[in-house]
Design a protein around this ligand. Structure first.
Ligand code: NOJ
Length: 497
């Protein structure tokens, strides 16, 4: 008993000791989802097939629970309910993604699906009518299958198709959408989709196709930004960014120069790979150098990493109005022994990474709670890219479905506090925060076995009812008070559920 009392006192004493920082007045909060993960309606009203429709149908047994996104949360029909959940949370914005094949069933503009345009018009109007800003991601992984049939992202012609698609989005929604993210997580699209082949379209081309995929996407991003600048910005007055993911890579021994080098190498080659081009026009020097050298040792006549022309570099430079950061976890890193094997991005990076077994574990094997990692990640961005405006576009925690989700509550509080420190103690220009996710949804190859929602969704019920979890009340309290009240406890269990 004494020990318990001591622990309780010690922990509240620790919180009482922390400075009570507030989020700045103009700091914005939201939650995120993605079309394939929540919408369902996979073949309704003229929608075309995406690589995830085809992938999950052809290889049902590759998904943990043999599931797919055919119905998911049924947001295609229940979007009005989703908007009410957002309203009850009190968030400023909703980050959702637009399904390319719902708008352009073949991927190309010769066939525009008016029912798809209507769906997003309805969602956007419903959000605005409820005082919530629409933040739209143009591409969250559901590539129209016909474009995969042309080779997918490694084929540079896809940049042309993407820019055409972006024009349709600006024309139809740009009067009301003022925050655009071109792409979500190039690393997942290219490394998992075309390098390791563990995500749709399941292409196994490590160290080659992942680089080609990235190259096309970066060009598509840059050209979309320029399109907005030239044709839309003066009337629509919005912002165009991109959501890029990274973990923090901590030197195994912070005093070792080699381990510091490993940290920098991992950050540059797993993150700078995408961020350096949009700020500075090219891949990081260390990445260009290492892949060139390793490629030649492997017998290639030139680097496996494609090159940007001088014009492309000029075009790409400075193509984000805000930098979206998807951050979930951290790794410890040290340099690997090297050795030149088969082409592989991770071999090119040349570091070994691991997670400390003492870090709290979620339901996802890769996701451990390391709050200080987000702080170091933000400081790294500030120091490398001139303190740009950073919108945290994703951050969140998985479990197997508890309503009293204390693990998620701790995670959000601890990560948000480290973000407050980054703002107040380190001077980082963080402009907003997005919780992943509004509700449990289709977690890609893990199906419905890992739940990230602030709301529980019953996937066995055809109505897909949503239920508030404890974390939704705590998050809402932070959003509305703009600080972290460590003692806040809602009525639990709630009477309204
Ligand atoms: C990143 C992705 O953008 C999102 O789709 C996914 O569900 C979350 N991380 C959690 O893994």
């Amino acid at each position: 008993m004494k020990a318990i009392l001591f622990l309780i006192c010690a922990s509240s004493f620790a919180f009482a000791d922390l400075p009570d920082y507030y989020f700045p007045d103009d700091f914005v909060f939201g939650t995120a989802t993605a079309s394939y993960q929540v919408e369902g309606g996979w073949n309704e009203d003229g929608k075309g097939e995406s690589i995830w429709d085809v992938g999950t149908h052809e290889h049902a047994d590759w998904v943990a629970d043999n599931s797919n996104g055919d119905v998911a949360c049924d947001s295609y029909h229940k979007y009005k309910e989703d908007v009410q959940l957002l309203k009850a949370l009190g968030v400023n914005f909703y980050r959702f993604s637009i399904s390319w094949p719902r708008i352009l069933p073949d991927g190309k503009i010769d066939n525009v699906n008016q029912a798809g345009i209507d769906y997003y018009n309805n969602l956007i109007n419903e959000l605005l009518a409820n005082g919530i800003e629409p933040y739209a991601t143009m591409y969250h992984w559901d590539l129209p299958q016909p474009l995969q049939d042309e080779g997918g992202w490694p084929n540079r012609v896809l940049a042309d198709y993407f820019v055409d698609y972006a024009r349709v989005l600006f024309d139809n929604f740009g009067d009301r959408v003022k925050h655009w993210m071109t792409f979500n997580e190039i690393m997942s699209i290219c490394e998992l989709g075309y390098g390791q082949g563990s995500f749709a379209p399941y292409v196994n081309g490590p160290g080659v196709e992942d680089y080609q995929c990235t190259h096309t996407i970066l060009l598509a991003h840059g050209r979309t930004y320029r399109l907005y600048d030239e044709n839309y910005r003066s009337q629509q007055n919005g912002l165009v960014g991109i959501a890029i993911d990274t973990s923090w890579n901590e030197p195994n021994n912070p005093d070792s120069a080699d381990d510091q080098q490993a940290s920098e190498q991992a950050m540059q080659m797993n993150y700078g790979w995408f961020v350096n081009p949009v700020f500075n026009g090219n891949y990081p020097d260390i990445m260009i150098q290492r892949i060139h050298d390793i490629s030649l040792q492997q017998g290639y006549s030139e680097s496996r990493l494609p090159e940007f022309t001088a014009d492309e570099q000029q075009m790409l430079k400075g193509t984000v109005d805000f930098l979206g950061l998807n951050h979930y976890t951290s790794y410890m890193v040290y340099l690997s022994d090297g050795g030149v094997g088969q082409p592989d991005h991770y071999a090119d990076v040349g570091v070994v990474s691991y997670q400390d077994p003492s870090w709290p574990s979620s339901a996802s094997s890769w996701l451990k709670e390391v709050p200080w990692g987000i702080n170091r990640n933000l400081v790294w961005i500030k120091n490398h890219y001139g303190n740009p405006p950073v919108l945290i576009t994703e951050n969140g925690w998985s479990d197997t479905g508890e309503l009293e989700d204390n693990g998620r509550v701790d995670y959000y509080r601890n990560y948000l506090y480290e973000i407050l420190k980054a703002i107040h103690e380190d001077g980082c220009n963080v402009i907003g925060y997005t919780a992943w996710s509004l509700m449990d949804n289709f977690e890609w190859m893990s199906g419905y076995t890992q739940r990230f929602g602030l709301h529980y969704v019953d996937f066995n019920d055809p109505e897909r009812p949503r239920t508030r979890k404890l974390s939704s009340y705590v998050f809402s309290n932070i959003v509305t008070t703009k600080h972290i009240d460590w003692d806040y406890k809602p009525d639990w269990p709630p009477t309204e559920n």
